[in-house]
Design a protein around this ligand. Structure first.
Ligand code: PLP
Length: 343
């Protein structure tokens, strides 16, 4: 099987850029959902901890368990089971209906819907949520929201920001009235963080950095986003080499035909490993200038190379374009059983 190399220097470079923008390492929560966007949850957790990041965001309780030794503060976005959690776990409340399932003493972050209309409660329900959680004897440790398009040029970003600042004011007012501690506030994902002119002025407790950690941001020049460094590269090993004679073709459908005699090798990665299927409609060139020939199979692909190991990508932006998707999907698709190695 193929292997994934994780470039520690690049990860640290990105975490440094994020920490500076957020004003300190304490104000960064690294987002590790979905196997750390395909990079390997435990590997990225260990490295982020080594760098000095104290907070993480995951999808499930199972994920939080896997990384609990590396962080002092873990936000669980979509808790699937409700039982008693570790005191370092904070669970998101995505709907009022879940309040009664929350066990005593749980730390809860209330998710506010500021316009994405996916999860979260409306501003009008904040007081109901707080009172309900108090009745449940839960600790209200955070209030947050999520942007639907901080990486796009539109007014959504400003609109949601405005609504969240209203929500924050309301939460503060209610907490003061009830003699409750003011919870942590957070609203920024990667692009929102880098779009903020001055994160300090936003007066929030941390930012949730996902894609920027891994080296990508939508690089629309108008936002002046910094250049980050991709962390992941995908490598495949040679299984077989042959000479493809002029007019012979390779792979399913025989969609690549040699125009003259050429050397072709098969490498051990395919769409079954999560390397999305390229076919005759795409030209994809590896970082070293080799071509992926014809159609990618489930477990292997053909390349005009003889090297023992080839790097299929060290930056997924080109593949994201080819597949008409976002960088997130290219990295997330890589299966968990591929070996991850830190270099
Ligand atoms: C995925 C996610 C993030 C991280 O977003 P990026 O764009 O990758 O930085 C932050 N917050 C929530 C709630 C998320 O689901």
């Amino acid at each position: 099987m193929a292997r994934i190399l994780l470039n520690k220097d690049n990860l640290f470079y990105n975490l440094e850029a994020i920490s500076q923008k957020a004003t300190s390492k304490e104000k960064v929560a690294v987002v590790l959902k979905d196997n750390a966007y395909g990079h390997g949850i435990v590997e990225i957790a260990k490295l982020s901890c080594e760098f000095g990041i104290k907070k993480a965001v995951v999808r499930s309780v199972e994920d939080a368990q896997k990384i609990k030794d590396y962080f002092s503060y873990i936000l669980i976005l979509a808790p699937n089971v409700f039982h008693n959690y570790s005191h370092t776990f904070h669970i998101a409340l995505n709907t009022l209906e879940n309040i009664e399932k929350i066990p005593q003493n749980s730390n809860v972050h209330i998710k506010i819907d500021t316009g994405m209309h996916r999860n979260g409660i409306s501003i009008d329900d904040i007081e109901v949520a707080i009172l309900g959680l108090l009745k449940q004897k839960a600790n209200i440790t955070g209030v947050f929201t999520h942007h639907k398009g901080a990486d796009e040029l539109s007014t959504n970003f400003f609109f949601q920001k405005e609504l969240f600042s209203k929500a924050k004011a309301k939460v503060k007012e209610i907490c003061e009235k009830l003699f409750l501690p003011i919870p942590a506030f957070h609203s920024c994902n990667s692009s929102a963080l880098f779009r903020e002119k001055n994160f300090e002025e936003l007066n929030e407790d941390f930012a949730r950095a996902g894609i920027a950690t891994y080296g990508y941001l939508e690089d629309d020049l108008q936002f002046n986003f910094p250049k980050l460094k991709p962390v992941m590269s995908l490598w495949a090993s040679k299984m077989a080499t042959r000479t493809l004679k002029k007019n012979q073709s390779v792979g399913y459908g025989g969609k690549f035909t040699a125009s003259s005699d050429m050397i072709v090798s098969t490498y051990n990665v395919g769409y079954g490993d999560g390397f999305l299927r390229l076919n005759e409609n795409h030209n994809y060139t590896t970082p070293k200038g080799f071509q992926v020939l014809g159609r990618v199979s489930m477990d292997n692909l053909s390349i005009n190379s003889e090297e023992e190991e080839v790097c299929l990508f060290d930056d997924v932006r080109e593949l994201a374009k080819i597949h008409n998707t976002i960088t997130y999907e290219i990295t997330c698709s890589l299966k968990e059983n591929i070996k991850r190695e830190i270099i």
